[in-house]
Design a protein around this ligand. Structure first.
Ligand code: UGA
Length: 437
């Protein structure tokens, strides 16, 4: 990267989006002031301790230790930077709307200034920017600028997504703040869409909702494949080769989870509903996803009959690989349903155990896939961690009491599994048990 002088920025919120944004801009040459109200977090960051598990993050933060500054005081950021990126949490409320209290706390704390701008990274409902500008005006802070700059990075590949994005979207009113944010992102070799604030806000919500729709769509195709004998993996390949469809996000499985899709799809549905529009399609996307998490139970019952007293092993718990994030993970519903059906559940996740323990009860946590298999009636692959691709299936089969392997992510090789005598069930793939090859 070039070493020319780059704009110093402030980032409020040192969670997943905030830290990646901060260190991403540090990598591009900026000094960055990271602000958080959590004193312990800031103290840890000063010691080089990172609060989340994200590949490459700790190393990059260490590499730019001299450019990364940490403080609990917003004033520190305002003193050094014109642009204040806001990356605080916007979790769902009971009504399904986004909780904007952390965003509003930052808005309230902003002083009147014609030299500063808020750059919104947090995922917020369409119309939030206009509401914040109204608040600024009412509080005599109308000179503050506002830019919407939604985030599209994925957990597990966040650094790469920041540095090699498909696009960046910047919504503003054509002022100096928008120019400055565009200049920051121009250092990356990616298209920039500069547009109005409301459209930028909607690009974010619509993108997540579309990707979630793609997943629910392929999951329904998988379910029809199970009825018709087609193989969804082949079907997705054939569909994905059509450039209009694209091959990404067509992996059938046990449903989407995480801190974004479930929350954002519901938030968009509510946003539409609050404006008087019934977003029919998104209702189905949500419902299909809920049912998808439970279909594994039927697959287990098909082979084991009643699950009362059965030993079921789960491989992986995180909502996807390469993260310890357990928010809305499909494993939460699955482990609870299994226990409700009378099964005893044991589980192993390479990274997410600590987070899982906070949310899951009654599960026996193991420290390897072998321990999960020992004496199990069935094993379910829940998260496609790469280490599960290297599992010795013959050893797994020997360790188990039963012989049922349910692959919730279509990740393992069906032929290899059946060759060692396992009954292999996947999502939307022909059962083929009893035949080899
Ligand atoms: C998602 C979006 O992909 C990002 O672009 C966005 O910035 C982010 O939300 C956000 O709003 O912050 P993320 O939640 O990190 O990113 O993870 P994804 O890789 O999108 O996966 C979400 C869920 O969908 C996972 O449970 C994953 O297992 C599932 N999934 C994904 C499938 O079931 N099938 C697929 O083909 C792809």
């Amino acid at each position: 990267m070039g070493t020319e002088q780059r704009e110093t920025i402030g980032v409020v919120g040192t969670g997943y989006v905030g830290l990646v944004t901060a260190v991403g801009f540090a990598e591009l040459g900026s000094e960055v002031w990271c602000i958080d109200i959590d004193e312990q977090k800031i103290e840890n960051l000063k010691q080089g301790r990172i609060p989340i598990w994200e590949p490459g993050l700790e190393e990059l933060v260490a590499k730019h230790a001299d450019r990364m500054h940490y403080s609990t005081s917003l004033d520190d950021a305002l003193e050094h930077a014109r642009l204040l990126f806001v990356a605080v949490g916007t979790p769902p409320t009971y009504s399904g709307d986004a909780d904007l209290s952390a965003v509003h706390a930052v808005v309230e704390a902003m002083p009147a200034s014609d030299k500063h701008a808020i750059v919104m990274k947090s995922t917020v409902p369409c119309g939030t920017g206009d509401n914040i500008k109204r608040v600024f005006r009412e509080q005599g802070k109308g000179e503050l600028k506002y830019v919407s700059c939604p985030e599209f990075l994925k957990e597990g590949s966040a650094i790469k997504d920041f540095l090699e994005p498909d696009r960046n979207v910047i919504g503003d009113e054509g002022d100096w703040a928008g120019d400055a944010v565009v200049a920051l992102y121009e250092a990356l070799d990616a298209p920039i869409l500069r547009t109005d604030i409301r459209s930028a806000e909607m690009v974010k919500l619509a993108s997540n909702a579309f990707l979630a729709t793609k997943i629910s769509f392929i999951n329904e195709i998988a379910n029809v494949c199970e009825e018709t004998g087609a193989d969804v993996v082949e079907v997705a390949k054939g569909m994905g080769l059509d450039g209009r469809i694209g091959s990404q996000f067509l992996q059938a499985g046990i449903g989407f989870g995480g801190s974004c899709f479930p929350k954002d799809v519901t938030a968009l549905k509510q946003l539409a509903g609050n404006s008087g529009y019934h977003f029919q399609l998104l209702n189905s996307v949500i419902e299909v996803n809920e049912l998808q998490k439970r279909r594994v139970i039927a697959k287990l019952e098909k082979h084991l009959g009643s699950l009362v007293g059965k030993e079921i092993g789960l491989l992986g718990l995180a909502f996807k690989p390469n993260t310890d994030d357990m928010r809305d993970a499909s494993s939460l519903v699955l482990s609870a349903r299994l226990q409700a059906a009378g099964a005893r559940v044991r589980a192993y996740d390479p990274v997410a155990e600590e987070e899982a323990r906070k949310l899951i009860s009654g599960v026996d946590f193991k420290s390897s896939s072998q321990e999960v298999a020992d004496g199990a009636d069935a094993v379910v692959l829940v998260t496609e961690w790469s280490e599960f691709g290297d599992i010795d299936l013959a050893d797994l089969a020997k360790r188990m009491r039963g012989s049922l392997l349910v692959d919730g992510r279509n990740f393992l090789d069906p032929v290899a599994a059946r060759r060692v005598g396992l009954i292999y069930e996947a999502i939307g793939r022909p059962s083929g048990n009893g035949q080899i090859g």
